[in-house]
Design a binder for this molecule. Sequence first.
Ligand code: SF4
Length: 384
Amino acid sequence: MSKATRDDAPLARQAGAYAAIRRALLTWHERARRDLPWRRRSDPYAIWIAEVMLQQTQVKTAIPYYERFLSRFPDIQSLAAASLDDVLKAWEGLGYYARARNLHHAAAETVRHYGGRLPENRADLERLPGIGSYTAGAIASIAFGADEPVIDGNVARVLCRVFEIEDDPRKAPGRNRLWILARDLLPISTAGRFNEALMDLGATVCTPRSPQCEACPLRTLCTARRKGRQSSLPTRSPRRPIPHHDVVAGLVWDRPRSPEAHLLITKRRPDDMLGGLWEFPGGKVEPGESLEQALVRELREELAIEVAIGEPFMTVHHAYTHFRITLHAIHCRHVAGTPQAIACADWRFAAPHDLDQYAFPTADRRLIAALQKTPLEVTWRGES
Ligand code: SF4
């Protein structure tokens, strides 16, 4: 065995620091572990569903969805056998609907290729739709005990602060550095517990604003705390301004002033944003167009129908990740043309009280809530 040299000293110091971090975190986690519904069962399927929901949703919001989803689809087989419409309906309101489509697709792949059991290693997990490096690491380490790291927003924040990492964790160089560090830091055979501890520390103590450093198990080991740099780490590159679009939606009635009146709804194409969800037909207002002109054009292009424009109904503001919209809903009456699914996957006329059966995006859901409270008294242009 070779003798230790002076050059080995930094490595030994680093190994000592890593060991101290592992010890402090795991000891703290024994008493501070969050009691979350998916931690009460060791079922990889439940952990998978929870981790996918948590990708873009806060724990508090995700819990009721998780519980409903698990009671509706209790295992991979039931999820694979369900229709996409049913899965989207169970996901309605959570946003980022690609997650639901990918879950459904991945469940079918798991039944087809793995006998209905999630694969245990990271590489096979990452081949399933919607499972990226974070989710694969979480499932492999927490559900199967594999020595795999995870990096989510909470873990990235803790590591950037403890190790004073200046790179933006949302960009490739910063992300790569964090993955290497997280792997080096991982304790052998307790990776799942260690990953949970890092996630819990970031969620409850090392929070984005006002971290509770005095209560933190890493307070004596943390560079950001020692240098007073907690608020400047992690580094955030300036965001691009978020664009805004005006969008029109037609409340297209098949007959006016009748309790029997039905509304036209369309289903978005599978590969479009919000694919598979239903909506009121319409689209983006082009420069120089009035709202009414945009609506008439969109209904011709999307469905080959003609409408009589009625009164404006309601305006809804909604923010997506990369843009914001103002949705202008306008009453219309269908006057000519059988709808054709030209720029949508499907269409139908539905009674207002039946709209709850379909999965709609949040902005349309707000229109429906208002519609169901509003008596139908619309004046059509050109009619008294
Ligand atoms: Fe975060 Fe403060 Fe703990 Fe450092 S000491 S990890 S900044 S809470």
